[in-house]
Design a protein around this ligand. Structure first.
Ligand code: ZN
Length: 228
């Protein structure tokens, strides 16, 4: 089931009260249209009835796609600093719903639990599954980019996110976690991921990235002890 409810909030531009149908959980096996809308980057967008400007309501939902082996807890980008306690909640929620703590008929062997903050991070996980990319290797590739680049965008609010996948290349975009601002793009060879996935030199970083469902470079960049 994909659960929807109506939510009232203030327009981020003019403050006028707005209402939108918000989804609390997406079942992509039953509602492939919702998965498509996330991939197309058009989900939960609206236009203010008072000022006419576009806005997007942050995601706060659980996503299930048994066919592609995905379970994702998605939280608003503004909650990133709480990633450590949120990860513990995600692990517990997954265990209750589909893991060892779930009734036998609800347990799903092939599901991978993940945690994402904001639309670009959520969409990135769907892109990985859609194109058969190892999301851990993708995070290692970002780490490699950051270690080798000389002129990185320095704004703390910027994140490097996979934005497009072609036959031989991956496009990554420096973007605002909570918004649509795209600052800079770079292209990587897709084969880079296979190399990183099997390179023993990257094994320690790989172990750190996979210590919990929050498989994201931010777990190395955003201090967990800030989260309380
Ligand atoms: Zn407005």
């Amino acid at each position: 089931m994909s659960r929807l409810f109506s939510q009232t909030f203030s327009c981020s531009h003019c403050g006028a009260p707005q209402e939108m149908g918000i989804v609390a959980s997406i079942n992509a096996d039953r509602r492939p249209d919702l998965r498509e809308a996330v991939l197309d980057d058009r989900y939960q967008r609206g236009e203010c009835s008072a000022c006419g400007k576009g806005y997007r309501v942050e995601p706060d939902l659980t996503y299930l796609d048994v066919g592609r082996g995905q379970w994702i807890l998605v939280r608003p980008a503004s909650h990133l600093a709480e990633w450590a306690p949120t990860e513990a909640l995600a692990a517990a929620a997954f265990d209750r719903a589909h893991g060892a703590g779930a009734p036998d008929e609800a347990q799903e062997a092939g599901l991978q639990p993940r945690l994402a903050f904001g639309w670009p991070a959520f969409r990135e996980k769907l892109l990985c599954a859609a194109h058969g990319l190892d999301d851990v290797a993708l995070e290692l590739a970002k780490l490699a980019v950051m270690r080798s680049a000389r002129d990185l965008p320095l704004d703390d609010a910027l994140e490097l996110r996979l934005s497009a996948v072609a036959a031989d290349t991956l496009t990554l975009t420096w973007t605002m976690a909570g918004g649509d601002l795209a600052v800079e793009q770079l292209t990587l060879p897709r084969a880079l991921l296979d190399g990183l996935a099997h390179d023993v030199a990257w094994a320690p970083a790989r172990a750190e990235l996979t210590a919990g469902p929050y498989v994201d470079l931010n777990r190395l960049l955003v201090p967990a002890d800030e989260a309380a």
